[in-house]
Design a binder for this molecule. Structure first.
Ligand code: PEP
Ligand code: MN
Length: 269
C-alpha cells in the first residue's frame, strides 16, 4: 500500500519517546521545552542564552547555523564553525542542541555537534534529505511544510522512519493561508489530529506559528491544552537586535514567564 503505516498509531500503539541522554527525554506525558534564538550569532549570545536556559531548567537549546532565508541577502548563519562553538559551550553546560540541517552534505558535517536534526518547513518534502536522515542514528524533528497538509507531514515522517530512524518527532509551525494578519496560521487543529494519527511526539512552534512576539505565549499555551508534547520557541537577550525573526522573538524576561506558564498549564491538562 502507498499509505503511511509505520508512523501510525494503528501500527504502534505505545507513544514514542526520544532519549537525548543525560536525563533529557521527549515523551508523551512530559513537556519538552526547546528555546533559543532563531540564528546563532556570536559566542556572547550563545553564553547568554545558555545562562538563561540553565536558570530556568530548560535542557534543549534551539538555533540555526544554516538559515533558510527568503532573500539571499539576509543573514544566512554562521555555519559549521558557529555550530562547533555552540556545541562546546552547550556540552559544558549540559544543554542539548537542536539545529536545522538544510542539505544532505550537512548531515555528516553536523553529526558530532548536535543532538537533534531539524528539518525546516521548506525542506519537509526534500525526500532525498529525509531518506538520508533515515540512515542516521540521531533524532530528527520534522516541521510541517509551509503549505503542507497533515498527511503530507506524516508521509515525510514515514520516509525517515521506514529508512530506519525511529527517533522522530513532528512539529506544527503554522501554515500559509489567505490570512495576512499573522505571519502564518498556527494550525492548532493539527495537534489533536496528529496525536490521534501517530505515536510520534508532537511539538508546537508558536514563534513561527503566529510570528508576532506578543501572541507567542497565548498560542503556546493553547497548543499545550490541545495536546502538544513540547514547545519550541525563539528567545534572545535583545530581540530587536536579533539577526533574524526578531519580531517573533521573546526577551529573556518574557521567556522566563512563558516557561513558568507552560509548566503550569501542562499540569492542568
Ligand atoms: C526556524 O526554526 O528558525 C525556521 C526557519 O523554522 P521553519 O522551518 O519552521 O520556518
Ligand atoms: Mn526563525
Amino acid at each position: 500500500s502507498d499509505d503511511y503505516k509505520l508512523v501510525s498509531r494503528k501500527w504502534k500503539v505505545n507513544p514514542t519517546s526520544i532519549d537525548l541522554g543525560d536525563g533529557v527525554v521527549i515523551s508523551e506525558g512530559d513537556m519538552a521545552i526547546m528555546a533559543g534564538p532563531c540564528s546563532i550569532e556570536s559566542e556572547e549570545q550563545i553564553n547568554k542564552t545558555i545562562e538563561h536556559l540553565k536558570a530556568n531548567d530548560v535542557r534543549i537549546m534551539r538555533g540555526g547555523v544554516y538559515k533558510p532565508r527568503s532573500s539571499p541577502y539576509s543573514f544566512r548563519g554562521l555555519g559549521i564553525e558557529g555550530l562547533k562553538q555552540w556545541y562546546k559551550a552547550a556540552r559544558e553546560a549540559g544543554i542539548k542542541i537542536i539545529t536545522e540541517v538544510m542539505q544532505v552534505s550537512q548531515i555528516e558535517e553536523m553529526y558530532d555537534y548536535i543532538d537533534v536534526y531539524q528539518v525546516g518547513a521548506r525542506n519537509t518534502q526534500n525526500f532525498n534529505l529525509l531518506d538520508e536522515l533515515g540512515r542516521v542514528d540521531k533524532p530528527v524533528l520534522i516541521k510541517r511544510g509551509i503549505s503542507g497538509t497533515i498527511d503530507e507531514l506524516l508521509y515525510s515522517a514515514e520516509y525517515v522512519f521506514s529508512a530506519g530512524n525511529e527517533n522522530l518527532m513532528l512539529c506544527e509551525r503554522g501554515i500559509r493561508t489567505y490570512e495576512r494578519a499573522s505571519r502564518n496560521t498556527m494550525d492548532i487543529n493539527a495537534i489533536p489530529i496528529l496525536k490521534e494519527k501517530t505515536h510520534l511526539p508532537v511539538i508546537a512552534d508558536p514563534s513561527h506559528g503566529i510570528g508576532i512576539r506578543d501572541y507567542v505565549e497565548p498560542v503556546a499555551l493553547a497548543c499545550i491544552m490541545a495536546g502538544a508534547d513540547g514547545v519550541i520557541y525563539e528567545t534572545h537577550e535583545k530581540p530587536n537586535e536579533a539577526f533574524s525573526d526578531g519580531q517573533q522573538t521573546l526577551n529573556f524576561r518574557d521567556s522566563e514567564k512563558l516557561i513558568a506558564k507552560i509548566r503550569k498549564v501542562f499540569e492542568l491538562r
